[in-house]
Write a protein that binds this ligand. Sequence first.
Ligand SMILES: C[S@@+](CC[C@H](N)C(=O)[O-])C[C@H]1O[C@@H](n2cnc3c(N)ncnc32)[C@H](O)[C@@H]1O
Length: 422
Amino acid sequence: MPELELNKTEGAQSASSRWQHLNQWLSVHQSLWRPAPFLDPRPDWTSQYPALAADVEALSDAACDRFHHDPDQLAEWLTQFLPSLAERSPLVTLPMLADRQATLAITLPETRATDMPGRKREQAGAFAAAVQPLTNPVLDWCCGKGHLARTLVSHCPAPVIGLEWDAALVAGGNRLARHFNDKVTLQRQDVMAPDLTLPDGVHGVALHACGDLHRQLIQQVVEVGEPRVSVSPCCYHRTATANHRPLSKRVRENDDALALSRTELRLAVQETVTAPARVRAETARLRRWRLGFDGLQRVLRGVDNYLPVPSHPAWLANEDFETFCRWAADSKGLTLPAGTDFHDWQAFGEQRLARVHRHELVRHLFRRPLELWLVLDYVLFLEERGYQVTLGTFCDRELTPRNILVDAVRACGSQSVPHSHP
Ligand SMILES: C[S@@+](CC[C@H](N)C(=O)[O-])C[C@H]1O[C@@H](n2cnc3c(N)ncnc32)[C@H](O)[C@@H]1O
């Protein structure tokens, strides 16, 4: 692979070459990230890289936990088996766009942050700091209760409008804005409505609008030729199409571009660093049960394939493994034989989960590169349409792993070009 040129500012060339490198690197390593360890007890890569698989599977729980929180260290350790993993770190490094002092100064004080969960208050503050200075009227896309809008408004040249389809959030957000005398108005609006056109001259901002929602903003902005758009994307897999559809011509017209299913897109956001311990424990228990049932159903059916079981009803989380198996078998029309040793299958599920965790460590090395590969498509699309794009992070991943910011300013003299949506 040609050497990376990441020291350049993010110009057209560098976004394009970075995408190219990521595309190649992800393609070369696809056997490591495409198969989901939860569904496949022995992914092909375990025979392709037997020494790597053996050492990863032998990791202690403590080492597993450490590497889970430090993928850079894991990649470094694994370069002894696979030297090309050394390229991961430079490929995913991004500049921090929010100055810490500015973040502290802009974040709403708790006394003004009614109904704002602590993390959201800090995320909104960091996002607001990263997009300073604001020189256009701001439109907050999928604004929820308007936390970002209320954080931004005192730094804006004009009142802030927020669009949100949930009537309760709109009413609650408008109440808060009135109470705190913020010049913020939230409007009830489905942002996917085909007849929605943005007013001229606005700066569109979106903090964690999912998949199609943030893509819609980016497309609307370039359609109208708005002066600026700042997006922190999330949930790339929330899309109406079964497969990923790139926005940029550069990616759409590249025959070597990775093709991704909606399920594979999920990998880019599979991260639970911010989930509370109670939620993580419950998730792990249910994963153990599902894997225990998976072993049992393979023997029962005599078919060595994963059998998807529907989402469990909430009450089941407080029951035991046997009840889970009976519910799962029932939902798939299977009969559990009398004398099924649930204790044994539960232990099997525990062992499987331990191995899944270790295999997932390897797979998860690729989620940030995959996320960046997706985001670079947005950057390329905006550049193709005459925008200058800054790409970076607005906060640490401990505050939110969805910490990428795409900040695009329409270059002077560029015209909005009518575009047929891909
Ligand atoms: C993850 S939340 C982010 C909210 C806000 N930006 C924040 O960071 O607090 C996504 C928001 O998008 C809203 N939403 C989802 N689909 C929408 C649509 N079609 N039109 C408008 N809002 C939508 C949801 O109701 C939700 O409030």
